[in-house]
Design a protein around this ligand. Structure first.
Ligand code: URA
Length: 434
């Protein structure tokens, strides 16, 4: 078999076999297929696509390129969630405890933030002492005992994706449905959960800018799950503005705590309800949508989800008193306000620019080695569809001395569009594919 022939076949729009796809992936990982041939291969996939079977085979070759994390020592229905990324996305902090309160098992592996998007692991470290490194034995003990842990990624998970993604990044081949779907699903399926709920973001702040392309990606990922014999549901949700009100680290944990106590922002709570209801439907296919949503509402209002969060924080070494009284968590004391410069309706709040404003304040990493300031960030007071009058506060910034508040305010200015015409409030859930 030769890489040349496989590239030529895809270039000529022919279907590749499992053996051919495996030859390319294995060869690239072990160095026998050089960068220039893999680049040509990726570009041919970019232009000519892959069918469901090829996309699954690519995913499977990547998935098995490194460690596989088995969860068979965990008793019960294990479930995971993945978001395709956004700004202000603190969903995992709430979703894990909610699912545990609903009797499911969540061993959540999360990442750190880079660039304009935040990371769950960084946010949790705003709680003093919270450790995101647990031994496999501790992880299993905790999940069996109370249902949820959130830890950093460990082991050598899908090395093929790390290498292929780095090449895609410099060869203009990132935004290809089979390549994105196989990249995400190889990592998700390498951890052997029973169920998986995908939150596919749609809009200016997302990979997929419009509903049609988000649907295509969601179908590809659900299709891979189906061939792999896993339960996978994709929920397509709006990302034309940041999620909830808070963007930062400490402040996002505060919003998550509020939400776990059933007093969080409406839209964010709705997202948690819908994603958790989908997981519940995977566990119990006979439950109706309405009953599933009601179950989620119940664990948010009776304190059981919040209690799961407390148990998790305690087990992972975090200072529980900071959760019980979050005024003890770091929060910058100085404030700056971003105000409307004219009357009208908010049409758009560009997510990436808001994320960059947060990063300019010190809430995110410009490079892998940057140090995060847990206490800075911003609170969006107004949202898309809101009416504003000149001088109204749109966002309050939490600022520490020496940080670029002026730059962040300028960035926010570029993020927010105000129009004289009335703007409808956007729908959060755009579609569900399972
Ligand atoms: N996220 C991933 O993990 N991979 C992609 O290709 C795109 C987004």
């Amino acid at each position: 078999m030769r890489a040349y022939d496989i590239i030529k076949k895809k270039r000529d729009k022919e279907k590749l076999s499992q053996k051919e796809i495996s030859f390319m992936v294995k060869g690239f990982v072990d160095g026998t297929v050089p960068d220039y041939q893999m680049s040509a291969f990726l570009m041919s996939v970019f232009f000519n696509g892959m069918d469901d079977e090829e996309t699954y085979q690519l995913t499977e070759c990547m998935r098995t390129s490194g460690d596989i994390i088995k969860l068979d020592k965990i008793k019960g229905f294990t479930v995971d969630k993945h978001s395709t990324g956004g700004v202000g996305d603190k969903t995992s902090l709430v979703l894990g405890p909610v699912l545990a309160a609903l009797g499911m098992k969540v061993a959540k592996m999360s990442g750190r933030g880079l660039g304009h998007t935040g990371g769950t692991i960084d946010k949790l470290e705003a709680i003093k002492g919270f450790s995101t490194e647990l031994s496999p034995e501790q992880l299993i003990e905790a999940v069996n005992k109370f249902g949820v842990v959130i830890v950093g990624q460990t082991g050598n998970l899908v090395p093929a994706d790390k290498k292929i993604y780095a090449l895609r990044d410099v060869t203009a081949t990132v935004d290809s449905v089979p390549l994105i779907a196989s990249s995400i699903m190889s990592k998700k399926l390498a951890v052997e959960n029973d169920g998986l709920v995908l939150d596919v973001k749609v809009g200016s702040g997302a990979f997929m800018k419009d509903l049609a392309s988000a649907r295509t990606l969601a179908k590809a990922m659900v299709g891979i799950g189906k061939i792999a014999g896993r339960k996978v549901t994709a929920v397509l949700t709006n990302m034309d503005e940041p999620l909830g009100e808070m963007v930062g680290n400490s402040c996002e944990v505060m919003e998550a705590i509020d939400t776990l106590q059933n007093k969080g922002p409406k839209v964010f709570t709705e997202l948690v309800e819908v994603l958790c209801a989908e997981a519940l439907k995977q566990k119990d296919p006979s439950i109706t949508e309405e009953n599933a949503i009601n179950e989620v509402k119940r664990v948010l209002s009776d304190g059981s989800a919040y209690n799961k969060f407390l148990e998790m924080v305690k087990f992972q070494g975090g200072d529980v008193s900071m959760v019980e009284d979050y005024s003890k968590m770091p929060l910058a004391t100085a404030r700056a306000e971003f105000k409307a410069e004219k009357d009208g309706y908010i049409k758009k709040i560009q997510c990436e620019a808001v994320g960059i404003a947060g990063m300019m304040l010190g809430a995110g990493r410009e490079t892998k080695d940057s140090v995060i300031d847990m206490g800075v960030g911003l609170k969006l007071v107004k949202h898309v569809g809101d009416k504003v009058t000149k001088g109204d506060v749109i966002a309050t910034l939490f600022v520490n001395p020496g940080q670029n508040a002026a730059g962040a305010l300028e960035k926010l200015k570029s993020a927010v569009e105000i129009t004289p015409e009335k703007v409808e409030k956007p729908k959060l859930v755009l579609d569900i594919i399972s």
